[in-house]
Write a protein that binds this ligand. Structure first.
Ligand code: HEM
Length: 359
């Protein structure tokens, strides 16, 4: 399904080579709302002249990657969330540690991000920079990869405003812990954390719908099984989970959405209504009276979920972005340019050449 933003940019259909239906009309979902509410510095046509094929390069590559392993889509979607919630969508999560200390990437909540997701972003960066030069940021590539992960697993397609730049720093472990949310969190905790970022209850429920694909480790939900079963968890579901995680501290993974683990759809909400949500953070959305009706409405109406999900992703994707002259465009997504020996020597060589030409 394709959620079409009629932005007056000409035919979006021809851009991605397929046809879709216009779904949206509710007030806050109109293109006008987003157009007038884009963060300053972001644009719907940012790379139009400098790298017009960036989106098709990303999509083509990810199609190939997901054909081999569809699980990578979940890894990339989660990466965008973890990037945006800590310091903003600035690719700070991609940076390797340095002599100054361990990086954001090494903070506990990020240890379960997939190593392969980091590699895929660097592969995309290489492909895109080969074609256009160092003009596209790693942060934009993460946002595009998340969008394509949603679409290529069956979810809505949507335009992503671009123009994010890459950070020069990464967050401390403390800041990372203070911004991300553990699976053991209840709805009150989630709503409070999201409110700081101006995200509301509908955003909380819609964004949690990202758990319609991907995997979780026993450590993220075992407190619901041991010492006693969380009463909000279906009995048979708990019995099956105990087979995956037979004791506390067992290192195994299971799917987040038992009905359709690799398909981006609204079955995650159907699971919640049937008490088959994996994490406390998921299931409590159906227990808490502030979010229960929203869960039910998404379980009953997939188009509504897609519409709200896109809306919330666009909000999340603009959190504290660096634009204009702030930050940089990294030559390697895991290393800031000033620490990048390969890059600084190329820049120095170029400066040397320019200098000798002047002489
Ligand atoms: C509401 C707050 C959220 C909480 C508490 C939460 C919690 C978690 C936890 C505990 C895991 C499993 C980690 C592990 O055990 O390996 C996970 C995985 C995942 N999360 Fe979230 N999450 C939240 C929001 C989001 C958002 C906003 C998205 C994207 C829109 C998202 C997408 C994913 C995906 C796709 C996975 C599976 C990753 C994989 O298979 O590699 N989550 N999340």
């Amino acid at each position: 399904m394709w959620i079409r933003w009629n932005l007056g940019l000409g035919s979006l259909e021809s851009r991605h080579g397929f046809r879709g239906i216009q779904l949206l009309n509710s007030m806050e979902s109109t293109p006008e709302f987003f157009l007038s509410n884009l963060v300053k510095g972001l644009s719907w046509t940012y790379y139009k002249s400098t790298c017009p094929r960036v989106e098709s390069i990303v999509r083509k590559h990810l199609k190939k990657v997901f054909k081999e392993d569809v699980g990578q889509a979940a890894g990339l979607l989660r990466l965008h969330f973890h990037d945006c919630f800590v310091l903003g969508c600035d690719a700070s999560v991609l940076l390797d540690g340095s002599a100054s200390g361990p990086s954001e990437k090494n903070a506990v909540p990020n240890l379960t991000l997939r190593a392969k997701a980091f590699e895929i972003i660097n592969d995309l960066r290489e492909l895109v920079h080969k074609e256009c030069g160092r003009v596209v940021s790693c942060a934009d590539l993460v946002a595009l990869a998340a969008r394509d992960s949603v679409f290529l697993t069956g979810g809505p397609d949507y335009e992503v405003p671009l123009g994010r730049r890459d950070s020069l720093t990464f967050a401390t472990e403390e800041a990372t812990l203070n911004n991300l949310i553990p699976g053991t969190a209840n709805t009150t905790f989630i709503l409070n954390r999201l409110a700081i970022k101006k995200l509301d209850a509908t955003d909380a429920v819609a964004l949690s719908g990202g758990h319609t694909i991907g995997l979780g480790h026993c450590s993220s939900f075992e407190e619901r099984l041991y010492p006693t079963r969380d009463p909000t968890m279906d009995k048979t579901f708990a019995k099956d989970l105990k087979k995956v995680c037979p004791t506390e501290g067992y290192n195994n993974t299971t799917v987040l959405d038992i009905r359709s683990p690799n398909k981006f759809d609204n079955k995650y909400y159907v699971n919640l209504v049937n008490r088959q949500g994996l994490f406390t953070s998921d299931q409590d959305l159906y227990t808490d009276p502030r979010t229960k009706d929203i869960v039910e409405s998404f379980a009953a109406d997939e188009s509504l979920f897609f519409e709200k999900f896109v809306h919330s992703m666009l909000k999340m994707g603009q959190l504290s972005v660096l634009t204009g002259k702030k930050g940089e465009i990294r030559a390697n997504c895991s290393v800031r340019n000033s620490d990048n020996k390969l890059f600084t020597s190329v820049v120095e060589d170029e400066a040397e050449e320019a200098w000798s030409e002047l002489k």
